[in-house]
Design a protein around this ligand. Structure first.
Ligand code: ADP
Ligand code: MG
Length: 714
C-alpha cells in the first residue's frame, strides 16, 4: 500500500523511463514527484470503438480516425506558405492529411507513428483528404491496444506516448494506493475507491469509467482544500479567544438614526449578522460582499461603533491613501449628521454634549482628526494619541495600520476593498493585537461567484448585501470604436456645460507604472487640445501622495471638468457629480476592473454615460465589452469573468498554495465542490485535530505544502 503523501516524496526520476533529462524537463513543468505524475490526468481519451475507418468516413462530417503515418513531407510553394503533406493508412484506406504553416508536423509525425486525427474528411481530385485536423500522436508501441487511449498533456516536450508509458510504470509500482477517505463519505457519493480511480483515470476501458474516476479524484482534491480551510477556520476562529462586544448602550442606534435615509433590508440583516458574530467570544473573520454603492461603509461603521461603545478602538484599512482620505471624510460627515462628532475640542463647543466618536486619518504623509481644526495635527502626535487610546476610530492604509501603529486597545478592524488580505496578513494582524484578538471584517466590492468564495475565502464567514439603496439609475453603457470618440467628446462638452464632470481612464500598462504614467500624461496633453475651453486634471500612480490628494480635492470641489487618470481611481473613489466616464482601450481591462470603474458613476441620481472605447483585438476582449453593455449585475459579470479567464488566472492572482487545483475546475465541478466542503467541515467538526484521521492530515500537509504548514505546528 502506498499513500499519496508517501508518493509525494518519491522523485519522478525513480520512475522507469523518466531518468535524466526527462525528469528534469518534467520538474520544470511542475511534476517533481510520483504523486504529481499520478495527478497529471489525460487531457482526452480516444475511444477506438468510436473511431471511424477511413474508408467509411462520411464526407464533410466531423470524425476521428486512428491511422499509421506512412510518409510526411514539407514544401514551400511560395513565400509565407508551408505545406506539410502526411499520408496515413488504417488498413481500410489511405488518406492524405494537409497542414498549412505547421512545419513542425513533419518532425512530429515520422513514418510508423500511430496518430488520432479529428476533422472532416473531404475529397480532392477523387482522393480522400483531411485539412488541418486536431492531432493526437499515439506513439509507436503497446499500451495503445486497448479500446480507450489516454492522451496525456505534453510537459517539457515529452511526447504523449512517453508520458503514457511513464504513468503506466509509475502506477504499477505505486498500486495499490491507499484510500484515506472515510467509507461513509465514499458511500454517500457512490465513489469508486482511490486505487481504482487512479487506474481508471489513466487507463480506462470506457470513457464512462474515466469520468467516474475523475469525479472521485476531483472530489479528493477539493476535499483536501476544504479540510485545510476548515482547519484554518478552526484555528483562527473556533479555538481563538477574542472579545465579547456586548456594550449595552445605544451608540450604534444613535448613529443609524442620524442617517438621512433608512437602511436597506440587506444592510439591516448584514449588520445583525456582524453584531451577532462580534458578541460571541470568538474573533470574527467575516467577508462582506456588496456591490459598489450598496452601502458597505455604513455597515462597517456600525460594526466598529459596537466595539467603540465597549471602550475599544476600531480601525479601517484602505488599499490606497486616496481611498483612506475619502473614507475619513465620509465617516466624519456621517458622524456629524448623527451628532456624534466631538467637533473642535479647542472651541469648547457645547454642541457635543452626548457621546462623541474621536476619528482620525493616518496616511504616510498626513494626519487629521475630527477633534481639532484641520491641518493642526502631526503624524507623531496622532500616533501617540492612538497608542494612548485617545482616538476611537483610525482610518489608514493597510500598511500603516498593520505595521506602523500601536493601538491601546484595538477591538475591531475593517479591511476595505482588498483581495490580497490573505491568511498570512490575518495572522500578522492577530499577532499585533496587544491582548485579545480583534474582530475582523473584510469588505469587497468585487462580487465573487459562490464557487470562488468557497475556495479562496472558504475559511471566512460570508455576509452579502444583495440589495441596492433605492433610486439609483443604471448607467448607459456604450461601446465605441476609437474613430467614434467624437460621440463621447460631445457628451463631455454637453455635461460640462451643465456643471457635470467626466472621468477619462487611460489604458492599462501592465507591470509598468512608469509607462502608464507617461501615457496618461500624453493623453492629458492631447485632450487639452480637444477641450481647450474645459478645465482638465491629471492623476496617476507616479505622482506624490500630496499631489494626488490635491488633484482629487480640486475634482471633488468641482474645479475640474475632466479628470484624466490611470486606474488609481478604480477603487472606491466617489464623486457624485460625475456623469460621464470614458474608458480607453477598454478591452484590455479585466471585467471586474471595468465594473469597478463604471461603479464610480452610478452614485449620481441623474443619467450617466459610460463609453467603452475599444477595437477589440481578441475574442475575450470583445466578450468582456459585450458583457458590460449587456448587464450591470456584478455577480453576473463575475461569473462571465470566471468563465472567460478560467480559474487559473483568478487563483494566480492570489499568491497562495491553494491555487494548485490540478484536476478540479470549480465552474464545472461545482457540485463536487459543495459536497467536498460539506464533508470536510463535518469531518473537522467531529475530529477537530484529525487525531482519528492522521492519513488525511498527512495528505493535506504534504500536498498543500507551505500554504498550510502553519496549521500543523502545535
Ligand atoms: P459602498 O462602500 O458599498 O460602495 P457606500 O457605503 O460608500 O457604498 O455608499 C454609497 C452611497 O450610498 C453613499 O453616499 C451612502 O451615503 C449612500 N447610501 C448608503 N446606504 C444607503 C441607503 N440605505 N439609502 C440611501 N442611500 C444610501
Ligand atoms: Mg466602499
Amino acid at each position: 500500500m502506498s499513500s499519496l503523501a508517501y508518493l509525494a516524496d518519491v522523485p519522478v526520476d525513480r520512475v522507469k523511463g523518466l531518468a535524466g533529462k526527462r525528469a528534469a524537463a518534467l520538474r520544470k513543468g511542475g511534476i517533481t514527484s510520483v504523486t504529481d505524475l499520478l495527478l497529471h490526468a489525460p487531457r482526452r481519451y480516444i475511444d477506438r470503438s468510436r473511431v471511424t475507418p477511413i474508408a467509411k468516413a462520411p464526407l464533410g462530417e466531423e470524425v476521428t480516425v486512428v491511422a499509421e503515418v506512412t510518409s510526411a513531407s514539407t514544401r514551400r510553394p511560395r513565400r509565407n506558405l508551408i505545406i506539410t503533406d502526411v499520408y496515413v493508412t488504417d488498413g481500410s484506406a489511405t488518406m492524405k492529411v494537409v497542414f498549412f504553416n505547421q512545419a513542425f508536423r513533419e518532425r512530429q509525425l515520422p513514418p510508423g507513428t500511430e496518430v488520432a486525427l479529428s476533422g472532416r474528411v473531404e475529397t480532392f481530385r477523387g482522393k480522400r483528404q483531411m485539412k488541418s485536423p486536431a492531432v493526437d500522436t499515439l506513439g509507436k508501441e503497446s499500451l495503445v491496444t486497448g479500446r480507450v487511449v489516454p492522451v496525456h498533456p505534453t510537459v517539457g516536450g515529452i511526447p504523449p506516448w512517453v508520458m503514457r508509458s511513464a504513468v503506466h510504470n509509475a502506477l504499477s509500482r505505486a498500486r495499490p494506493i491507499d484510500d484515506p477517505i472515510p467509507a461513509d463519505v465514499r458511500e454517500r457519493h457512490r465513489f469508486v475507491d482511490r486505487d481504482t480511480a487512479f487506474a481508471l483515470l489513466h487507463f480506462p476501458d470506457t470513457v464512462e469509467e474515466a469520468d467516474e474516476a475523475r469525479r472521485r479524484l476531483v472530489f479528493d482534491e477539493l476535499f483536501r482544500l476544504e479540510v485545510a480551510l476548515a482547519l484554518t477556520k478552526q484555528k483562527m476562529v473556533d479555538e481563538a479567544v477574542g472579545i465579547t462586544h456586548d456594550a449595552p448602550g445605544d451608540l450604534v442606534g444613535r448613529f443609524l438614526d442620524g442617517l438621512p435615509f433608512t437602511l436597506t433590508g440587506a444592510q439591516k440583516r448584514v449588520i445583525d449578522e456582524i453584531h451577532a458574530d462580534m458578541r460571541t467570544v470568538h474573533p470574527m473573520h467575516r467577508l462582506l460582499l456588496g456591490e459598489v454603492g450598496s452601502g458597505k461603509t455604513i455597515v462597517a461603521i456600525a460594526a466598529l461603533l459596537l466595539a467603540v461603545e465597549g471602550g475599544y478602538q476600531g480601525a479601517v484599512m484602505a488599499p490606497t491613501e486616496v481611498l483612506a482620505t475619502q473614507h475619513f471624510l465620509s465617516v466624519e460627515a456621517m458622524l456629524q449628521e448623527a451628532s456624534l462628532s466631538p467637533g473642535d475640542d479647542t472651541l469648547f463647543s457645547t454642541a457635543s454634549s452626548g457621546p462623541a466618536v474621536h476619528l482620525a486619518l493616518l496616511t504616510s504623509s498626513h494626519a487629521e482628526v475630527n477633534f481639532r481644526p484641520a491641518g493642526s495635527t502631526t503624524r507623531d502626535q496622532l500616533i501617540e494619541e492612538i497608542a494612548a487610546g485617545n482616538v476611537d476610530i483610525v482610518v489608514g492604509t493597510h500598511a500603516l495600520i498593520q505595521e506602523g501603529v500601536q493601538f491601546a486597545n484595538l477591538g475591531a478592524a475593517v479591511v476595505d476593498e482588498q483581495h490580497r488580505f490573505g491568511v498570512h496578513q490575518r495572522v500578522s494582524l492577530r499577532e499585533k493585537a496587544s491582548s485579545a484578538e480583534p474582530d475582523l471584517l473584510i469588505m469587497t466590492a468585487t462580487p465573487i461567484p459562490r464557487t470562488l468564495s468557497m475556495t479562496l475565502y472558504g475559511d471566512l464567514d460570508v455576509s452579502v448585501i444583495d440589495e441596492m439603496p433605492p433610486g439609483r439609475p443604471s448607467v448607459e453603457t456604450v461601446a465605441l470604436p476609437p474613430e467614434r470618440m467624437d460621440v463621447a467628446y460631445e457628451r463631455v462638452r454637453e455635461q460640462a456645460a451643465v456643471g457635470r464632470q467626466t472621468f477619462v481612464v487611460c489604458p492599462l500598462v501592465e507591470d509598468s507604472p512608469k509607462v502608464e504614467a507617461a501615457s496618461a500624461t500624453a493623453e492629458f496633453e492631447r485632450l487639452r487640445g480637444v477641450f481647450p475651453d474645459l478645465r482638465l486634471g491629471l492623476l496617476h500612480g507616479q505622482m506624490r501622495p500630496a499631489e494626488k490628494a490635491d488633484v482629487m480635492e480640486q475634482f471633488r470641489r468641482g474645479d475640474l471638468d475632466v479628470l484624466v487618470s490611470t486606474t488609481v481611481i478604480e477603487v472606491g473613489i466617489d464623486i457624485p457629480n460625475s456623469t460621464v466616464m470614458i474608458i480607453e482601450d477598454a478591452d484590455r481591462f479585466g471585467l471586474s476592473q471595468l465594473h469597478q470603474l463604471r461603479g464610480r458613476l452610478s452614485r449620481h441620481t441623474g443619467p450617466n454615460w459610460c463609453y467603452l472605447v475599444a477595437d477589440p483585438g481578441t475574442d475575450e476582449g470583445r466578450e468582456r465589452i459585450d458583457a458590460m453593455v449587456r448587464t450591470d449585475d456584478g455577480f453576473e459579470l463575475a461569473e462571465v469573468d470566471l468563465a472567460i479567464r478560467g480559474q487559473g488566472t483568478v487563483f494566480g492572482a492570489k499568491q497562495s498554495g491553494l491555487s494548485d487545483l490540478r484536476l478540479a475546475d470549480i465552474l464545472r465541478d461545482q457540485d463536487l465542490l459543495i459536497a467536498a466542503r460539506r464533508e470536510a467541515f463535518r469531518l473537522v467538526t467531529e475530529d477537530p485535530g484529525l487525531q482519528d484521521h492522521p492519513d488525511i492530515a498527512d495528505e493535506v500537509r504534504v500536498l498543500l505544502g507551505d500554504a498550510v504548514a502553519w496549521l500543523f505546528v502545535s
